[in-house]
Every structure is written in C-alpha cells, then in structure tokens.
Design a protein around this ligand. Sequence first.
Ligand code: NAP
Length: 325
Amino acid sequence: MIYRQIGRSELNASVVSLGTWAIGGGSWWGQNDDGESIKTIQEAISQGVNLIDTAPVYGFGHSEEVVGKAIKDRRSKVLISTKCGLRWIDKEGSFYFTRDGKDVYKNVSKQAIKDDVEMSLRRLQTDYIDIYFTHWQSAEPFMVPVSETMEALCEFKKEGKIRAIGASNVTPFHIEEYIKYGQLDMIQEKYSIVDRRIENELLPLAKKHHITFQAYSPLEQGLLTGKMTKDYVPEANSARSGKKWYQPENLVKVVDMVDGWQDLCRKYECTPTHLVIAWLLSQGDNINVLCGARKIEQLEDNIKGADIVLDTADIARMRKDAQGL
Ligand SMILES: NC(=O)c1ccc[n+]([C@@H]2O[C@H](COP(=O)([O-])OP(=O)(O)OC[C@H]3O[C@@H](n4cnc5c(N)ncnc54)[C@H](OP(=O)(O)O)[C@@H]3O)[C@@H](O)[C@H]2O)c1
C-alpha cells in the first residue's frame, strides 16, 4: 500500500481508503450483516487501509456506530473521517431530501455543527476525528458564510476534537473561501473514469493549494467492477436508482467498455476494478480513491488497485474509451 500526506496535515493515509455508506444500510443500500461489516473494516485496517470514511447520514447514525464498534480496540491504527451539516434532528436549514421517514436539511451553521461533532464522537466511541468534512455546502434559503463554518471547524481543531478539515461537494468558490479562513486539507468529490466533471477546475485547484482530492464513487457503485450485466436494473429508490450510468442505454455502453478491457486485464494480470482504481491514481499525486465495500472480498480486490501502475498509452486509451461513451 502507498501512503500520502493529507494536504498539509500531519496525517498520512493509504491511497485507497474505505467508504462505509453502504455499511449504513437503510433504503439506499438495503439490510447488512453488521458483523460482516465490522470484520470488513477490521480487515481493511489489518491490510493497511488506514483511512475509513463515514457520515452521520449514512444509515442515520448506523454507519458511524458500526465504524465505532469496529475501531474501538484499534483506534490509534486508523484515521477516521466523518462529516457534518446534513441533519435530520430539527427543521433548521435548507431542506434537501426525505429518506427513511427523515427530512434532511443542509445546515453548516456554527451551532449546528457544534452539535454534530459531539453526536459523531459519541457514535464513533472516540474523542477525536481525524478528518472532519462539511458534507454538503450551504444552499438557499439558509445560507451560512464559509467564514462562520470555518470558525467552528478551527475551534474544534484547537480543542483537539478534529485533526484536519475537509469539505465535500464544493465549487471552486468554496475552496477559495475555505482557505481564506484556515487550512483546508482534503476535498471529497465524485470522480470516476466515466464522470470526469471535476477535472477542469476542482482537481487543478486542489493541487494548486496542496489539498488532497478524495474521489468518491470511483467504481460507479459497482458498475465499473464488471459485475453488472446489461439487464441490471437498480432497486427503486436505492442508491443506484436514477443515476446516469445506470440508465439502460448508458449501462449497456459501460458494460461493453469494461468488457473491452480484457486485454488490459491480461496484460496487468488484474480485474477491471484494479484498472479503474489505478487509472484514478494516475491522474495526480494528490489523489486518494475512496472505495465503498461491505465484504472482505470486495475490500481485498479494491486494495490491489493501488499496486498497478498503468503505462501512459493505456491510461490514454482508457480515457479515450470513456470519452467515447
Ligand atoms: N461526500 C459525499 O457526498 C459522498 C457521496 C457518495 C459516497 N461517498 C463516500 O464514498 C464512498 C464510496 O462511494 P460509493 O459507495 O458511492 O461507491 P463505490 O465505491 O463506487 O462503490 C461501492 C459499491 O460497489 C460495490 N463494490 C465495491 N467493491 C467491489 C468489488 N471489488 N467488486 C464488486 N463490487 C464491488 C459494492 O456494492 P454492493 O455492496 O452492493 O455489493 C459497494 O458497496 C462511500 O462509501 C462514502 O464513504 C461520499
């Protein structure tokens, strides 16, 4: 496993990290065996994946609780990232969505995130969070200036409750604002070989400011692993439903593209999963690839992606294939 410094912080994280959204279960991902989730997280740590990502909203507290149980007796061996600002305990903020009977609001006000950090610490059974992200940025009608959010985050850092500050689902404007008021070490954004929207502005801006870019949904929620067949239909209302690449006409194209990489799989003695992870890692030395997994086999498969170094011509060919979709 390769480790890279997170932004300018004192933290060094494995380039492949483990996401626990699916581990939270609920209607997004369906029922889980928590025992299996705990074993997967613990196995990740044993195999050198030292950054585990969660959020309060993943299973409405459940993902954080499972992570808390998994890391309790090995806290010093692992970096935990969690998030603030997506809230369902009151109705303050900008309404975002309803799920599993909960109305979720965006609210990154100082008071809201002061409550959030305490609740996350309790669920995670820890007294510090390594990287603390704002999950989504404030939106109309409940706008909160980044200066206010950052003031609270910097206080948490001074108090030792968090070790580094991250922001997720940002625009270039947000990045410029965050760095005006303190040190931003990581951004977490959607990035896969078939969704390269962030390449024009966010990725270069992160690089310019020494911010680690953490790519979420790098496997397009499993589609890029080659495990889905052309007739796959996501369950209604699940995490995959309504997503661009899961629309029948797009899914067929992605499945064909991944099938067309069999020669690359033979050349590198790897799976499509390894190819797409290695491809992301080749896009910059500030990239971290955040793969979700809830089974040990998936985790072990994803880890191997960090060991593959693709030739320049193959990187270009994969990009061209994805651009042609
Ligand atoms: N900041 C944000 O707004 C945001 C948004 C989305 C995600 N995230 C974070 O990013 C993490 C990763 O994103 P994601 O979970 O959306 O998508 P992902 O990492 O692209 O895909 C994860 C899913 O793909 C399947 N999978 C994983 N490894 C596999 C393998 N080797 N072979 C076959 N299937 C495999 C599993 O599906 P099954 O479990 O169904 O088998 C897994 O749950 C999340 O867990 C979360 O921590 C953050």
